[in-house]
Design a protein. Sequence first.
Length: 265
Amino acid sequence: MNSIITIRASSLGTLFDCPARWAATHIDGLRMPSNGKATLGKAVHASTAVFDQSTIDGAGITIDESAAAAVDAITHPDDEVVWGEDSPVDAEKIAISLHAKYCQQIAPKQQYTAVEVTCEKLEIADLGIALSGSTDRIRRVAEGQAICDLKTGKTAVGSDGTVKTAGHAFQMGVYELLAQHSAGVPITGPAQIIGMNTAKTPASQRIGTGEIVGARDVLLGDGESPGVLEHASRLIHSGSFFGNPKSMMCHQAYCPIHSTCKFRK
C-alpha cells in the first residue's frame, strides 16, 4: 500500500454503517452542522472532564463550578448547531443534571489516572492506516490500567439500569490501543462504558456502567478470518465507498451527500 489513511476511532462505526457517508466526511472533508444531541454530549464530556481532572490534580473544583463547562459548551459551541426539535435551554438543564449525577454516583468509585488522553497518530503500516482519537479516561483497576468511555443518549441505559455494550467492542478496542500508545502504560483491564440517559425528566436520566472484556480481540484476525482493522483497510484502500440507504443516519440532517447520493434511488 502506497499511502497511509488516518481513521478517527469514533468514525469506525460510520465507516461500516455507510462507507459513502464516511468518505464524504473524512476523505472529501464535507461537514454537516452539529445537532442538539451531539452538543449535549460534548457538554457533559467537557464538564465531567474538568471535575475528574481537578480530582487528579487535587485542585478541589466543585460539582457546581465544573458544571460551568457544560453550560459554556452549549451557549458557546465550537461548531454551528442546528437544534431542530431540541433546545439549548433543555440541553443545559439535562447536562447539569447528568453532570451532577455522574460526579455523585460514578466519579467517587473511580480511580482515574488520566483524562482525555489524545493520540494524534498510531500508524499500522501493514494495513496502510493510522488511528487517531481521544480516550475519555484511563483508570486503575485490579488488573492494572483500563479505559473508560462516556456515552450519552436517550437509550444509553436500559430501564433495568443496564448499560448497552453490544456493538461497541471494536471501538473500545481501538481506544485501548490509542491509550496504551499515548499514555505509555499497558492497558490490561476490561474497558468500561459509562452510559448516561439524556431524558428530559430527572427520574429518567439514568446513569450506569458496563464492561467489555477482550475488546481488542475483534480488531485482529485469527488466521482464518480478518479482523475489523483489516476489513476497514480493505474497504478504504479499495475506494469502493458504497452507500447504505437503510442506515438510520441516511437523512439530510446527518449526511452531506444525502441529496446527491445515487444509492438512495
